[in-house]
Design a protein around this ligand. Structure first.
Ligand SMILES: NC(=O)c1ccc[n+]([C@@H]2O[C@H](COP(=O)([O-])OP(=O)(O)OC[C@H]3O[C@@H](n4cnc5c(N)ncnc54)[C@H](OP(=O)(O)O)[C@@H]3O)[C@@H](O)[C@H]2O)c1
Length: 269
């Protein structure tokens, strides 16, 4: 897709990856409708790019919030793509999660993402070429201790993206599933950052993730996985999961130690 003069709706635009993607798409000449709940952060983006950025403040877990995004998208005229980047995570052991935390993570990462996509598809279908993007994760291919519910939502999102891509294959809407590895944003609590350091797990700056996603949009890619060792482990997990079981079994005491620390990652009020 030619990104110059294309128009996008980006959810999670007040977050680390979302903001970086807004900056990257604006830099490449696109216009963006930014969605999220933190009005200040969203309006700051609009102030930086007054000709390119429009704001819609919305809680995507509510029908009214999703409708506000669709209405705002209709107001700006045509839309070439929807980037579903809104998401929450709480690094921690499954034992320590309560019903509300499980429900909130599934409600945003999965249910609201599917519902917004459903509501936006008629608008996207009006274009000769359009795209829906899902921000997945390496944990959407490798079930990781301390990330059980998050992994569940991202595995489901990956399956949904694959099915939707196949379902829409004879029409104008393309689907991209983008799976970053650990990225330096507010989503990752201190405990996660410290654990990654100890286990020598690399973390990407959000700007690098945004560049890769923008390249994937331009090139019409179907799936991208960020990070070479992570890509290798995704394949290994598919082919020889017992090897990955064994490797993670060795890391388990370290993961448990950090996962028991109080979480400060992105929480959904
Ligand atoms: N950071 C990583 O290590 C990593 C790795 C792989 C994949 N990802 C995925 O990449 C995406 C972006 O992550 P990030 O690192 O940029 O996270 P982040 O900085 O924590 O941002 C999360 C975004 O989700 C939005 N959000 C949360 N609850 C919402 C709600 N109820 N309604 C509307 N928006 C809501 C937040 O906006 P408001 O607070 O303004 O509502 C914020 O913009 C997520 O899907 C995440 O799962 C992240």
């Amino acid at each position: 897709m030619n990104l110059a003069s294309s128009r996008w709706v980006i959810t999670g635009a007040s977050g680390g990856i979302g903001q970086a993607l807004v900056e990257e798409l604006c830099r490449r000449g696109a216009r963006v409708l930014v969605a999220g709940r933190q009005a200040d952060t969203l309006y700051a983006l609009a102030e930086r790019h007054p000709q390119r950025v429009r704001v819609v403040v919305a809680d995507l877990r509510t029908p009214a919030g999703r409708q506000a995004v669709v209405d705002a998208a209709r107001d700006i005229g045509h839309v070439d793509g929807l980037v579903n980047a809104a998401g929450v995570n709480h690094f921690g052991l499954f034992d320590g999660m309560d019903d509300a935390a499980i429900e909130q993570m599934v409600a945003l990462n999965l249910t609201a993402t599917l519902q917004l996509t459903h509501a936006m598809l008629p608008l996207l279908r009006e274009r000769p070429h359009a795209m829906v993007v899902f921000l997945g994760s390496i944990f959407g291919s490798i079930g990781y201790p301390g990330q059980a519910v998050y992994s569940a939502t991202k595995f489901a999102l990956r399956g949904f993206a694959e099915a939707l891509r196949r379902e829409l294959a004879d029409g104008p809407v393309r689907v991209l599933y983008a799976a970053p590895r650990s990225t330096r944003t507010a989503m990752n609590a201190d405990a996660m950052v410290q654990m990654n350091r100890q286990l020598q797990v690399a973390m990407d700056p959000p700007e690098a993730v945004a560049r890769r996603i923008a390249d994937a949009l331009r090139d019409g890619r179907k799936e991208i996985y960020l990070g070479s060792p992570e890509k290798f482990f995704v394949r290994l997990n598919g082919l020889l999961p017992r090897l990955v079981d064994r490797a993670l079994r060795k890391q388990l005491p370290v993961i448990q130690r950090f996962a028991r620390q109080p979480s400060e990652g992105t929480a959904s009020p």
